[in-house]
Design a protein around this ligand. Sequence first.
Ligand SMILES: Cc1cc2nc3c(=O)[nH]c(=O)nc-3n(C[C@H](O)[C@H](O)[C@H](O)COP(=O)(O)OP(=O)(O)OC[C@H]3O[C@@H](n4cnc5c(N)ncnc54)[C@H](O)[C@@H]3O)c2cc1C
Length: 507
Amino acid sequence: MAKILIIGGGVSGLSCGIYALLAGHSAVIVEKNAFPGGNLTGWDRRGFHIDNCVHWLCGTNPASEMYGVWRELGALGDIPVHIGESLFTCEYEGKRLSLYSDIERLRRDMLALSPEDRRETEKLIRAVRAVQGFCGIAGEGHNESSGPAARAAALPLLFRYYRLTAGELAEKFKSPLIRRFLTSFLTEKFGSLGLIFVMSDFCGHNAGVPRGGSTAMAERIASRFESLGGILLTGREAEKLKLKGNRAVSLMLGGGEELSADAFVLAADPAALFGKVIPAPMPAQIARMTEDRRLFRFSSWHCAFECGSEKLPFSGDFVIDLPENHRSFAAFGRIALREFSHEPGFAPPGKNIIQTLAFLDEAEARKLTALAADEEQYKKKKTELAEAAAEAIEKALPVLAGKLGAADVWTPATYSRYFGSEFGSYMSFAFSSRFLPRPAGCAVKGLSNVLLATQWQQPPGGLPIAASAGKRAAERADELLRRMSGADVGSKIAKAKLYPTESANIS
Ligand SMILES: Cc1cc2nc3c(=O)[nH]c(=O)nc-3n(C[C@H](O)[C@H](O)[C@H](O)COP(=O)(O)OP(=O)(O)OC[C@H]3O[C@@H](n4cnc5c(N)ncnc54)[C@H](O)[C@@H]3O)c2cc1C
């Protein structure tokens, strides 16, 4: 039984470990935090639960390709999946527009709101349906794919959106509310095709939230790993990979522990590992992506507020403006509010928790991360952020005035400190229009038994890409180890029985 040692117990590391075990290897994960899951996490504060991560998980539709992977990782299965009535809502001059899970309802609302935008609205809805057809999540039951002729016919339409940023798409509409709606979820810089994928997944019932949220999902994946015989070493930081020629032989941990293995997998931000833990330069393709001006990285700051109100005046995400004098606190001057009324366990009875998310570009995220070195200044900044967010909420939703209590504030510095990511960036590279980046492979040039398994190999990252990167690295490790031992090459993973306990539930 060959041993695979994985650095990083986030989704990509856990996924790699599970698939390595399914292929018959032994797997050990080294995770610096006391808990597994990486960014897929949450924490408790004063009787409330704060959920850091998942508010849409691509692959919750059983007809999608990703569903099988989530089942195999133990992330889904018999867990109920919450699909809200709407993913997000925007407001302008007292009117609201929501991305409903019912695409026909969105179409009707857009047409009623702005009849003069009919042509653009119909094209947009057609593009969303075309993507659903491509992904096999179209039709009434959200489980159909379109035929080859329909797919070919949709290509020119999709090419149109590939060429537009979300901001350029918004300019084609006359209604200020629709313009705001199209630039609120992913912001103006993103390619509009990305937005169409978001709409198509959500309306194709392929982007729900598993019950229990992020922490529960991370715990399920970690216990799947351990139940297959994997060893999860939490609270252990990888410090140095020891090399002999072109092979890695062992990993030094903080405290002087040394672990040897046959193959090593890197499942954390490459910027945090290469040149530090790994005595080798960053793989060229990822280094190029870091330099490429068509790709950009981002982070965000967040507040959580206890809310002494049982009923909230919004559902899903609600995008609002920051107060005029604090617009510079977030890219585009807006924040998104999130509510968790679908999770009764997240707040004491009769109360709610509201969280805010404010995107920051790389430069602003770096400033906040640097500020954390000065404890007093950082604390002051966090208070300012919480005050700005509370003021924005009370202005947009006056019924909540006097009902909010600050529960927590976290920033890019938090992500950087806990997960080791550069300036707290937690998704891979985002990209704009007219560009589809090429994914990077798992190999690390010059190191024959070291592989990459991270979301950074494939923009724009996110949980499904992290899980898929882990699976691909396990397949490559399996091939490598078989070749090293002289056994037949041919991954057992592909042949491993999928969904071992629950296959009857899949149709
Ligand atoms: C606010 C927020 C909202 C999000 N919402 C969504 C969403 O709705 N849907 C979605 O798909 N994605 C979402 N994401 C993105 C998602 O969380 C990430 O894409 C995913 O968790 C990345 O997983 P990973 O395993 O590749 O990396 P990470 O989560 O960064 O895991 C890397 C792990 O490696 C560990 N590590 C680092 N260095 C070392 C070392 N030297 N030794 C040992 N361990 C080390 C870290 O502690 C960490 O546990 C969100 C993220 C955030 C922060």
